[in-house]
Ligand binder design. Sequence first.
Ligand code: UTP
Length: 460
Amino acid sequence: MDFQPILDLLEKNGQAHILDHVRRLSPEKREVFCRNLSTLNLPLAFRLYQKFSRQKGSSAHLPNIEPAFVISTPRTPEEIQRRQEAFRLGESLIRGNQIAVLIVAGGQGTRLGFPGPKGFFPISPVKKKPLFQLFAESIQALSTRYRARIPLLVMTSRENREETETFFQSRDFFGLGKDQIHFFSQGMLPTLTPGGKLILGDETSLLANPDGHGGSLKALHESGLAGRLRGQGISEIFYCQVDNPLAKIADPAFIGCHRQEGADISTKVVRRQNLEEKVGIYGMVNGKPAIIEYSDFSPEDYRSLDENGSIRYWAGNIAIHLISLSFVDRLNRQGFALPYHRAVKEVEGLGPTGGNETMAGWKFESFVFDSIPLAQKSCCLEVVREEEFAPVKNQTGIDSPDTARRAMTDLFRRWLEYAGVQVPPGAQVEVSPLFALDQEELAGKLKGKKVVIQEDTYFG
Ligand code: UTP
């Protein structure tokens, strides 16, 4: 392979320090380094650097923001009936083998600081099942309930792909068929210093970061997986993040609403808890639906109330989507359509003296929700936070394993109470997806049985 064009590109973009490093390497290591280089989209990284370095100061707030239409939790008889119809429609699509589930698990999980991919984190309250196991078991239970074939797509980064696949293999794919699971890797983009210099990750590679969860929509297409799924009759993908153990996998009502609305992409939102909660908001920007980051609002707008005294921008994004495969195709037809963002983070790379150094780095990432304004039609559904959202982001405090476990126990407690079973305060309870996927199924299984809970109890 001729690496000269890449080396010329480095020269042209002011990366003499990397060329010096390459010259110092042995021929074998030089070959490895250049091979690694060739897997990164350097021209894109240089273009993004130019773009973001021209932006001065902090970004302005977005003008022309309005609240968007959200399908609220049904209350009137008509709304209830329409939701029931949506549920049945969603069920029929699952039964028809048209739905796949995508878990994005390529993030670096820096805030959680867990030694391993986040999907391995032992989260469930009693059995301490890892996040991946809960998703796989939900898919197994749904496949049984609907006699359906539901492919599980797991997006990893190149860094955690092998470890993730080995984890599934060593646990017999958590009961799923090996050919039911499709692993694919997202792209990586080089991390740059604020001065535009590439950073060495180690002797034979540059420091690079996964290209954001939006990279899933690119990698699905480029890996050929989207095409293969279409060939198998899949029309929609249920998308969720690896760190939400409460995600209602392939929720039929959500799938049905998406279809009823003829949407390209649908989003679940929950009510913002208070004016202080910082969350991406589903709203309208210049007349188009979008997720608006809280930093894109003026402080006054973000804290504004409507005529009833309720929070005006209440629809908080919980990163659960339904995405039509035809839309994924459209997003990739003329190059990848999503914009990139820049995050300034502390990173660790190889310094000039050969030791590890901490420095500021610019990471470029795309976000899956940036596809919403590009859709011809999008749909948004309000759901109840306590039933569907408990993210595991931080080691302690809010959005941590503690809060997620508490949310799981509280949810299962409510299911049990619905089934007529009292749970004493302090007891941990866990219901396996293989035992029941919802309170109705649990109540059906426990009907006529005397269940007494004294301490930590697992229904599996
Ligand atoms: P976050 O933005 O919360 O990032 O990802 P993270 O990597 O999990 O954690 P921090 O910010 O480093 O602490 C939300 C979801 O998107 C996935 C993550 O795996 C998680 O499921 N993700 C994020 C990717 O799959 N790829 C990425 O490049 C970034």
